[in-house]
Design a protein around this ligand. Structure first.
Ligand SMILES: Cc1cc2nc3c(=O)[nH]c(=O)nc-3n(C[C@H](O)[C@H](O)[C@H](O)COP(=O)(O)OP(=O)(O)OC[C@H]3O[C@@H](n4cnc5c(N)ncnc54)[C@H](O)[C@@H]3O)c2cc1C
Length: 386
């Protein structure tokens, strides 16, 4: 049985970002690393967007940037000036190619296209089983999300950010390529939090996603009928669908990290790296991957057993804010549009993005939170305290 120092079960965003940081740090050249994934990661299976106000190592693969974002509901529209932020788009495939290109130059890192069937810690080492082979290792980084562990508890509500998106090319020039529609709540809410998300890349091309923050998924037809209606409303009569994507991202304050052991850490959505109140994961993952590699680096000169993954995660005030937000949204899913509108109608967009990036001071937190409907949140706070 082949032994590795580190095995990544799942090699998507969080695993590749972590390995990328490990390579850049230069501190892991004497460690053997295996990346396992059931998918060869050679297709454009998702598009990531994130806001940023600093140059980053991903700048060269950003395919589109916007500095204005539209927020709308049935009563108002507001173009948010994002300055000093940009809203950036990265195609999944460009990210996979960039990281795998670097990995291919490292003798100590291997990628194997196999489906993981189980993994466990056995004293001082771990075992990973795939459909065709078994491996042992010192440490596992797991990003295979197991929804059952969240569903089998009631302490923390679980919503999903679920959507279907179509990349379309229209004959009519209807899009403003400088404005991303961040949240358009003017669609019927039907007792949920439902909105359109539109990312135009030219006057005739855009990704249009029908998105819900809610508990239950819809049938494929329901998402697609809404997209068709919206396209009609935009004044488009002739278009082709260039690509489709879909997603179901967990939104929960469940303490995934409590399932970490000395030698197995859950990363990505499986590790609670998804921002619970929005479903955004990309930006958080860039930060967490860096922190994790820094944490590992402290012990690279000592035995690998010196690194205890149970001590990696720290809970902060933002975890609690997200918890209250999800308490509100899961009890009153029909009021999501109202809550987001109260934030975006008058709020300072720069401050909101800083808050969502978990970089605000307590005073700044209050300025954002104050905009939310107070009764709902005070009630949620008392319910949690009591
Ligand atoms: C279509 C889509 C669009 C998104 N857009 C955004 C966005 O704009 N901004 C944002 O911040 N977030 C976005 N997200 C959310 C989040 O960023 C992604 O889901 C991100 O990929 C999560 O990273 P991860 O490492 O947790 O999971 P993944 O990237 O999904 O990686 C997990 C990997 O595990 C593999 N795997 C699963 N089971 C097994 C198994 N049994 N054996 C071997 N391998 C296995 C999968 O093939 C996958 O490669 C989007 C998600 C989707 C699906």
């Amino acid at each position: 049985m082949q032994h590795y120092h580190y095995i990544f079960t799942g090699s998507g965003l969080s695993a590749l970002m972590t390995v990328y940081e490990m390579i850049l740090s230069g501190k892991f050249t004497d460690k053997t690393i295996l990346l396992l994934d059931e998918n060869p990661k050679k297709s454009n299976d998702r598009t990531w967007c994130f806001w940023d106000n600093k140059p980053s190592k991903f700048d060269k693969i950003i395919s589109k940037k916007w500095n204005v974002a539209l927020f709308a509901d049935e009563n108002f529209k507001r173009n948010l000036d994002l300055n000093p932020y940009n809203y950036n788009m990265i195609r999944g495939l460009d990210f996979y190619n960039m990281v795998f290109d670097l990995i291919s130059k490292q003798d100590n890192i291997h990628f194997v296209n196999q489906k993981v069937t189980s993994f466990e810690e056995l004293g001082n080492h771990c075992i990973v089983k795939t459909e065709t082979e078994n491996y042992t290792c010192n440490k596992i980084f797991n990003s295979i999300y197991n929804p059952e562990i969240v569903k089998n508890q009631t302490k923390y509500p679980l919503l999903s950010q679920h959507f279907i998106g179509w990349f379309i090319k229209s004959k009519e020039e209807v899009f403003d390529k400088n404005i991303a529609s961040f949240m358009d709540f003017s669609v019927e809410q039907r007792g949920n939090t439902r909105f359109m998300y539109v990312l135009p890349t030219s006057s005739t091309e855009a990704l249009i996603e029908y998105t819900l923050f809610s508990e239950d998924l819809l049938s494929k037809e329901e998402y697609e009928n809404e997209i068709q209606d919206y396209i009609k409303k935009l004044g488009i009569s002739d278009y082709e669908i260039v690509e489709k994507e879909q997603g179901n991202i967990p939104m929960t304050s469940f303490k995934f990290w409590k399932h970490n052991t000395q030698n197995i850490i859950n990363i990505g959505s499986a590790g609670g790296w998804t921002k619970a109140s929005t479903g955004f994961t990309f930006k958080n993952t860039t930060k967490k991957a860096k922190q994790l590699v820094r944490y590992l680096s402290q012990n690279t000169s000592r035995a690998l057993s010196a690194t205890d993954f149970r001590k990696f995660h720290k809970v902060d005030k933002f975890w609690f804010y997200d918890l209250l937000f999800l308490d509100v949204l899961s009890r009153r899913n029909d009021l999501g549009s109202k809550v987001f509108s109260s934030l975006f109608q008058k709020g300072n967009p720069t401050l909101i993005f800083k808050f969502l990036d978990e970089e605000t001071s307590f005073w700044e937190d209050l300025q954002v939170i104050w905009k939310c409907p107070k009764r709902l949140f005070v009630k949620a706070l008392f319910r949690r305290i009591l």
